[in-house]
Design a protein around this ligand. Sequence first.
Ligand code: D5M
Ligand code: FE
Ligand code: ZN
Length: 547
Amino acid sequence: MPLEGSAQVVGELASRGYNAEREAVTLIETADDPGETLRVVVDSVPADTLKITAANVREVRESLEGGATSSSRRTGAGTGTTAGATDAASTPDERSDAPEEPSELDTQQPDEDPLVSTGDSSTDSTVGDAAPVETGGSFERKIDEALRSVEIAGDVTGQSTGTGEYKNFVSVFRDRYEKLSSKLRGRVNHRPTSTIESMTGGSEVALVGMVNDVRSTASGHWLVELEDTKGTFPCLVMKDRPLAGLVDELLCDEVIAIEGTLSDDAGIVFVDSLHFPDVPRTYEPSYADRHVQAALISDVHVGSQEFMADEWDQFCTWLHGPQAEHVEYLCIAGDMVEGVGVYPNQDEELDVVDIYEQYEAFNEKLKQVPGDLDIVMIPGNHDAVRLAEPQPGFDDRLRDIMSAHDPQITGNPSTVTLEGVDILMYHGVSLDEVIAELPADKASYDEPHKAMYHLLKKRHVAPQYGGHTRLAPEEKDYLVIENVPDIFHTGHVHKLGFGKYHNVLAINSGCWQSQTDFQKSVNIDPDAGFAPIVDLDTLDVTVRKFS
Ligand code: D5M
Ligand code: FE
Ligand code: ZN
């Protein structure tokens, strides 16, 4: 088997489910017979091996070729037999530039190598067909793990104290009210509902409350009932006022502020202005200090008959290739597997029926990803964790199964900070609700990022309790967006969309599952096989297409 270049070695190994140390790839590539060397290496490593090491390859080369092997690429017996473009790298100049250190192999990169193209990295909002590396060429990712950082906050895992009792509901809503009202208090001079009741008719008043009910009156005005810790108060939004256009954005249980005039009998407020906790317009996001990228994906749905294995393979081959050399992080926002019993008749479309076997199969897919990526994963509604949000990260048994490349597993939602850039990861079940409740021009499946904007505006990832979204009552409300993230990453609706809201990048990341029968029946046309790639130094997005 001729193997031309490290990209192809990586691809061959990946297709067999292995990752490899860079030096191991180099040692295979420079062997007398790279194909035979790779085959023997793969045959000789223990069955549970995830990553081929340089030592594995050296051992095989010593038995096949005899003598010591060097990790330096264009030296030794292998050089003469490595065909094509890669040999062009062996010019004296490039060799003299190349340090001995094997991890700095990039300096040996031939400029003219046609497969080395990085035209994807800094273009805003680009969608490109990824050119997976199939043959020849070579590249080296400059990886300095010391520059990496991954921090996680807001994770409910291990912190869940809710028992589902009434008092837990009281405390979660109280916490929500506290956190969100504090964001509004500075903007209006509010009074508690109990005080407003005893004020003189005609007074100017302001109120911060949770939306308890929204209904239209017989004459077409809107009655919004707000609740605070002291009681409830009816607020009337006149239909001919410009702010009436905001009423159709309201969801029950979100926290807003209003200012208005008290009626003569002090029984109702006529609303003059309405405020959301919101993200300040002037919000200045943080950026990474160097050019580094994160791939943001979700909804892999391994175990479904519609899981797109070929497209996933292409994505992973691309990740190993030169165009992905700056991709050092992979964030997966839920629905790793298809799960069992999630929706009626789902079993008819299962490829793998056992939930643990689904996670085993997912782990095989994870093995295809380069081993030097940092991976962060949260669960979704198809995953085997409690459905109610906040969802804790996977239990130990599932963590043990999904161990390839040692991913960091955290709850849904969580804030994941990559080199100073805060990414709020949330699976996105509430998006169905936002899209169902809001008018189509404000939120739709075709523009899922606009639905995300509303969650940012409400500073809560799942405001409405008791609908599609199941909420677990905890002592505190993990679903409040306390700090403004730099990136908001969701999935779930299987549609790709991204845009900026007050400088926050909102990305809904599509899926790796083709249309299911249910989706066909309700006209959901999924965006499957896309990988949005974010430059963490600029927050620009490039979408790679593998379908
Ligand atoms: O859901 C993917 C999208 O499809 C999400 O918008 C919900 C919707 N969906 C899919 N199947 C169903 C059923 N059976 N009922 C209602 N809505 C559904 P995901 O949960 O990621 O598969
Ligand atoms: Fe999904
Ligand atoms: Zn989902």
